[in-house]
Design a protein around this ligand. Structure first.
Ligand code: 5GP
Length: 200
């Protein structure tokens, strides 16, 4: 997706070997009009899939999930990382390893908001090693809901999550895939992102 590639090239900063900082439009300060465009693109890719809900994880998945939900006109659920006093009743829970914080945490969704009949699109800002997405898939499995696909703004193709998820048969739509990056250069993948990388 060209507008996202351009924005990354103009504003993103590569931290260390494998972290892309996009805090000026995606992760800290949010550009709402730009986010709306990303949401529309994801909605278009999953048109006709009869999605009933969008699922993400707090906090940085929420803006893009909300933008997608607005384009699709379906509810957006964000898995919570902390059980607060306003989590009442039963909840689906699982443990996720955080790439950016290098720690494990529990994510939960109250069982009232996910039904066995739901057709769910998982949306997140980044796909790296896939731990967040696998956690959300576990919550869907607990609920008996169907994962229709996974949509992320930025996949880091040099990390294993996208490859593993596709190999397991999940439909993964990434608005851009970064093949490699360092402080001087960010290189995007071209072509059909659903093709097996090994064929390239
Ligand atoms: P994964 O679970 O796929 O290893 O990592 C995905 C999660 O970690 C995303 O939800 C995102 O919040 C965070 N993350 C992973 N890589 C990056 C990155 O390069 N930059 C930023 N800003 N967040 C990242």
């Amino acid at each position: 997706m060209n507008i996202l590639k351009e924005r990354i090239l103009q504003e993103a900063v590569v931290l260390g070997e494998d972290v892309l900082k996009v805090s000026s439009f995606l992760n800290h300060q949010i550009d709402p009009d730009f986010m709306a465009e990303l949401g529309k693109e994801i909605a278009q890719r999953f048109e006709g899939e009869k999605i009933t809900k969008i699922l993400t994880v707090e906090a940085s998945g929420i803006p893009i999930a909300l933008a997608t939900g607005m384009a699709m006109h379906v509810p957006v659920i964000f898995a919570k990382k902390h059980s607060t006093s306003n989590v009442s009743g039963s909840a689906y829970r699982t443990i996720v390893y955080s790439f950016t914080h290098n720690t494990e945490y529990t994510v939960l969704v109250e069982s009232d908001y996910l039904d066995a009949g739901d057709r769910v699109l998982i949306v997140d800002d980044f796909l790296a090693n896939g731990r967040s997405i696998y956690g959300l898939l576990e919550l869907l499995e607990e609920a008996g809901a169907q994962p229709v696909g996974i949509a992320v703004a930025i996949e880091k193709g040099f990390q294993s999550g996208g490859r593993e998820l596709r190999a397991e048969g999940y439909r993964v739509e990434s608005l851009v895939i970064i093949d490699r990056m360092d402080e001087d250069e960010i290189v995007f993948r071209d072509g059909n992102y659903d093709e097996d990388e090994d064929d390239e």
